[in-house]
Design a protein around this ligand. Structure first.
Ligand code: NDP
Length: 276
C-alpha cells in the first residue's frame, strides 16, 4: 500500500497530526524532507511517519512543547529557527552550541545537533573542491554560521558577506574564524567557490553579484534547492559559472539525521530518488 501524501503536510503546528518526525520552519511548504524521509522508512519497512509543520517566528518554544506532547521523536529545523530552538533545548553538541545553529533535535532528552555542516563538507568532496579553495560565503544566518565555521576549520580561506554587514563582522569575531574576513560588498573576484547561504532564493530575490568577475572554474553553490526561479544560479550559469543547488545537501543532512534517530544506515539512493 502507498503512503498517503496528505500526511506530508504542511500543517499549522496547533493542527499537527500524531507522527514520529517533522521539519519545522517558516516558510515550510517548499520542504521535500517529508517525501525523502518517508521513502526511506518505506524502503526499510519501518512504520514511521515524517511530516512538515509550519511554525511562525516567536512560536518555536510553544510549538516544540506541543509536538513533544504529541509524541514526536525527532524534529528537523529550517529557516529561520535554527538559533531560536536552542532556547528550548536542554543541551546540544559542542559544534552546534558554538555556532548557535541546530537543525536536528532528539525530542526524548531535548538534545540538538547540526547535520548541515558535515553534510555540506561531504558535498564539497563530491564536487572536488579541496581545502585551500578561496571561498565567498553569502549570509550570516543559522546555516551560514555552521557552514562558514566548518569551511574555516577545514582550511578554506573565507570572505563572508551579509545584507546586514554587522552580522558578518560579528560572525567572524564571535566564532574566532581563522583566515576569514567580513566584506561589505559581495565581491566574487578570486573566489573558487561562492556559497549562497542566504534565504534570498527562497523569497525569489536576487543578490547584487557581478558574475563577469568570476574566475575560470569557479563554482556557484546555492544551499537552497528546488526553486522554480533561482536568479543566483541562473545568473551564475549565464556568466559561465558552474551552478550547483542544495539538493545533495538536503539528502546528506537528512541521511545523517535519519541515522542519528533511527540507528540504521540511511538508504541514500532511495532518498535521492525521492527528492529529484
Ligand atoms: P536564516 O533565517 O537564519 O538566515 C537568513 C540569511 O539570509 C540572513 O543572512 C539574511 O540576511 C539573508 N537574507 C534573507 N533575505 C535576503 C535577501 N533578499 N538578500 C540578501 N540576504 C538575504 O536562514 P538559514 O540560515 O537557516 O537558511 C538560509 C537558507 O539555506 C534557506 O533558504 C534554507 O532553506 C537553506 N538551507 C538549505 C539546506 C538544504 O538542506 N539544502 C540546509 C540548510 C539551509 P540579514 O541578516 O540581512 O537578514
Amino acid at each position: 500500500m502507498g503512503i498517503s501524501k496528505e500526511l506530508d503536510g504542511p500543517f499549522p503546528w496547533r493542527e499537527a497530526p500524531v507522527a514520529d518526525y517533522a521539519v519545522i520552519g517558516d516558510p515550510i511548504s517548499h520542504s521535500r524532507s517529508p517525501q525523502m524521509h518517508n521513502a526511506a522508512y518505506q524502503a526499510l519497512g519501518l512504520t514511521l511517519r515524517y511530516t512538515s509543520v509550519h511554525v511562525p517566528r516567536g512560536e518555536v518554544t510553544e510549538a516544540l512543547d506541543h509536538l513533544k506532547g504529541l509524541g514526536y521523536k525527532g524534529i528537523n529545523v529550517t529557516v529561520p529557527h535554527k538559533e531560536e530552538v536552542i532556547d528550548w533545548l536542554g543541551d546540544c553538541d559542542a559544534f552546534a552550541s558554538r555556532v548557535r545553529s541546530v537543525n536536528t533535535i532528539r525530542m526524548a532528552d531535548k538534545f540538538g545537533f547540526n547535520t548541515d555542516a558535515p553534510a555540506f563538507m561531504e558535498t564539497l568532496r563530491l564536487l572536488n573542491l579541496p581545502p585551500g579553495t578561496p571561498t565567498l560565503v553569502l549570509g550570516a544566518g543559522g546555516s551560514s554560521r555552521a557552514i562558514a565555521t566548518a569551511l574555516s576549520e577545514d582550511g578554506y580561506p573565507l570572505h563572508i558577506w551579509n545584507r546586514t554587514p554587522g552580522k558578518a563582522r560579528a560572525l567572524v569575531k564571535e566564532l574566532d574564524l581563522e583566515d576569514a574576513l567580513a566584506i561589505d560588498t559581495p565581491d566574487i573576484r578570486g573566489a573558487g567557490l561562492i556559497v549562497n547561504a542566504t534565504s534570498a532564493s527562497l523569497a525569489g530575490e536576487r543578490l547584487p553579484i557581478n558574475w563577469d568577475d568570476a574566475i575560470p572554474g569557479a563554482v556557484a553553490y546555492d544551499v537552497m534547492y528546488g526553486a522554480a526561479l533561482n536568479s543566483f544560479l541562473d545568473e551564475a550559469s549565464l556568466g559561465g559559472v558552474r551552478a550547483v543547488d542544495g539538493l545533495a545537501l538536503l539528502v546528506m543532512q537528512g541521511a545523517l539525521a535519519f541515522e542519528f534517530w533511527v540507528k540504521k544506515n540511511a538508504p541514500h539512493e532511495v532518498m535521492w530518488e525521492a527528492v529529484r
